[in-house]
Design a protein around this ligand. Structure first.
Ligand code: NAD
Ligand code: TDX
Length: 375
């Protein structure tokens, strides 16, 4: 099987590439990524050495690039992760979000349709090659905001709040339309907030970890009462694998961890976890940028407490609460979130402590040069 994984140099896409290569020995992966500020090829340095992995630097909106990929390779599955993904950036500059998340999706669908259809049936519907599928990786943000009660199901009305989520909704709707109009074999997955390794430090959890290590204030939007439903990224990757391979075509599957947390509680938990690790394993204190020595020569961590938290102006249109009901994917396809949050968050924080070079690369912008060095 050959997978076209778009956005494979980003957070979830790269985790998916790693997961799939480790799980299946007989697959090929073509990664298409335009390497925006959020795409880091260094994340995939080991994987790119493999003969079964090809990397193409290009834009999902560019039909010349996507046509070339399909004409030179027999693609079985498209998994579209490529997107502008940061809500705050979408508030500043919506246009690129609409471009990539809607028009890029439509271009991928059109290219796949061109190469995956062999003619028309009596009712004028395209005849599709056996076994192919397009999977759109989407988000719970398309459902808008919940109050204190209830969960998003696959039939919850779409009601996006931000330019990011509106653009993702547009992408979902065009995918649905290709399913309805052309009988294209599609799935849409809608996942809650992911956390784990290789998360770009503009997002809440990696940003908080980074700021703590630099001894900086921790910005909490509004009063910190907004709730997100956190899922360990590998569990998301497992769900996508299951939907690509076993999901009923035309279906939407919600993916979530049943793990609702207030932002303020996440921030406090990250502080106390880093503090605990550094107390028990003092060698990790060397990772701190703020290195004030105590009289016994050890690095002080007493400043690492909840006083670092600073409440800042709220995000415009800030959704109050997200919570996914994953019953459909669990009962139909047998997927469950495997990583308990208390384990996953410690694993994630340890990964960041052990991989400060990666953080340095992406925050300094040095990773942008990686492609030129490699190709
Ligand atoms: P990310 O921002 O870390 O990565 C996005 C990747 O897409 C980057 O490698 C970037 O270079 C690439 N890209 C952007 N525009 C492109 C274009 N025009 N052409 C080709 N490549 C392009 O995002 P992420 O957090 O890994 O999210 C991946 C997908 O999952 C997105 O579609 C997002 O909407 C969805 N999602 C994310 C989360 C989350 O918590 N992060 C949750 C649910 C769904
Ligand atoms: O500095 C911050 N302070 C803060 O309080 C940041 C960056 C965020 N927040 C809040 C805003 C949100 O309520 O934390 C919460 C999480 O924020 P983000 O990490 O920006 O994620 P979110 O806006 O929830 O969106 C994420 O999950 C759904 C991804 O970025 C999306 O791509 C995905 O669709």
């Amino acid at each position: 099987m050959t997978y076209l994984v778009t956005g494979g140099a980003g957070f979830i896409g790269a985790n998916f590439v790693k997961y799939m290569l480790a799980k299946y020995s007989d697959i090929q992966i073509i990664i298409l990524d335009s390497l925006t500020y959020a795409g880091n090829l260094g994340t995939l340095s080991e994987e790119l050495k493999e003969a079964r992995v090809k990397f193409v630097k290009g834009d999902i909106c560019d039909s010349i690039v996507t046509d070339k990929i399909f004409s030179e390779n027999t693609i079985d599955y498209v998994v579209n992760f490529a997107a502008e993904s940061h809500v705050d950036r979408s508030i500043e500059n919506p246009q690129i979000f609409l471009q990539t998340n809607i028009l890029g999706t439509q271009n991928l669908l059109d290219t796949a349709k061109k190469y995956w259809t062999t003619g028309k049936d009596d009712n004028n519907y395209p005849i599709w090659k056996e076994g192919v599928k397009y999977l759109q990786v989407s988000t719970d943000e398309v459902y808008g905001s919940l109050g204190d009660e209830g969960y998003f199901t696959e039939t919850t009305p779409l009601d996006p709040s931000s330019p990011y989520s509106a653009a993702k909704t547009g992408g979902d709707l065009i995918v649905k339309a290709y399913g309805e109009t052309y009988k294209m074999p599609i799935n849409i997955t809608r996942c809650s907030n992911n956390y784990g390794p290789y998360h770009f430090p503009e997002k809440l959890i990696p940003l908080i970890i980074r700021n703590i290590l630099e001894g900086k204030k921790l910005p909490v939007y509004g009063d910190g009462s907004n709730v997100r439903d956190w899922l360990y990224v590998e569990d998301h990757c497992k769900a996508i694998d299951i939907v690509v391979n076993k999901g009923r075509i035309y279906e939407v599957y919600n993916i979530g961890g049943h793990n609702e947390k207030k932002n303020i509680d996440i921030v406090k938990l990250v502080i106390s976890t880093i503090h605990d690790i550094m107390e028990k394993e003092p060698q990790y204190r060397s990772v701190l940028k703020k290195k004030e020595l105590l009289s016994d020569g050890t690095i002080d961590i007493s400043w690492m407490n909840n006083d670092l938290i600073t409440f800042v102006k709220d995000r415009q249109g800030h959704d109050q609460r997200y919570a996914i009901d994953p019953a459909k994917i669990s009962t139909e396809l047998g997927w469950i979130p495997e990583t308990m949050f208390d384990k996953g968050i410690v694993k994630t924080i340890r990964w960041y402590l052990d991989n400060q070079e990666w953080v340095e690369e992406v925050t300094s912008g040095n990773y942008m040069k990686y492609y030129d060095q490699m190709y």
